[in-house]
Design a protein around this ligand. Structure first.
Ligand SMILES: Cc1cc2nc3c(=O)[nH]c(=O)nc-3n(C[C@H](O)[C@H](O)[C@H](O)COP(=O)(O)O)c2cc1C
Length: 222
């Protein structure tokens, strides 16, 4: 098998969480002797090359982040440029997001499930997983740990059943969090999380509190 993997995030490759996930997934494929080529739609100048790879290959995997509960606009634009193909081509998806509960990715998944039919190709399933907000701000070693489960999913995909196997379905994790977990997470976000976001923002040059109402304080030129 040879897989064409397309990063559907608008974020430049260097900072894209999807990119790190693709790298882990590719490791899993390669462990099972499956080759792949990877592309990213964030640079429009490469769209002709990506489309060409889509046309010439029959195993396509689009990995994408959830943006505002659904598919990023730039990816929709790219998809509109794809020609019709036939059922020899299989199109699968890896949908990942920031928030962790599986339920909030289901709208995006439902859209992706319909897409292959519009393009005339076969659907290979959709791997769904949240809890990925922070990948890009972690150090290399931590990134490796966090994305390692995607390597196992690459190995599973290499076995040829797309994302229809039970292991792929279980990969999503909890569909909803219980009330105690929600309350605990709310507390963590308001305390430790807030501190961590502020620290990260400061390391990127932000000198005001993250909840600063710039329209009231008049700072930063507002
Ligand atoms: C504009 C925007 C909208 C987003 N909307 C959602 C959302 O609705 N639900 C969610 O769980 N995560 C959301 N996220 C978080 C991303 O899905 C998450 O950080 C993802 O890992 C980003 O991948 P990328 O860096 O490859 O773009 C959003 C991020 C951005 C920038």
């Amino acid at each position: 098998m040879h897989v064409v993997m397309i990063n559907g995030s608008p974020r430049v490759q260097k900072y894209s969480n999807t990119e790190k996930i693709i790298a882990a997934f590719a490791k899993g494929l390669s462990k099972k002797g499956v080759t792949c080529e990877t592309y990213a739609i964030s640079d429009r100048k490469t769209w002709d090359i990506i489309r060409d790879a889509y046309i010439k290959n029959d195993e396509i995997l689009i990995a994408l982040p959830l943006y505002v509960e659904c598919v990023p606009g730039l990816l929709l634009e790219f998809l509109e440029t794809l020609p019709q193909k036939d059922k020899h081509t299989r199109l699968s998806f890896l949908l990942q997001s920031g928030f962790a509960e599986g339920c909030q990715l289901r709208c995006g998944e439902a859209f992706l499930e319909k897409l292959p039919e519009y393009l005339g190709v076969r659907y290979g399933g959709c791997l769904v997983k949240g809890d990925n907000f922070g990948i890009r701000i972690l150090g290399e070693e931590k990134q490796g740990q966090v994305t390692k489960p995607y390597q196992a999913m690459g190995e599973l995909f290499a076995e040829g059943d797309g994302f229809f196997r039970e292991e792929a379905k279980k990969f999503t994790g909890p569909e909803y969090f219980s009330l105690p977990i929600c309350l605990m997470m709310g507390l963590i976000f308001k305390t430790l999380g807030k501190k961590m976001f502020q620290k990260t923002a400061a390391s990127w040059g932000c000198s005001v509190p993250l909840d600063e109402k710039v329209w009231e304080t008049g700072r930063n030129g507002y």
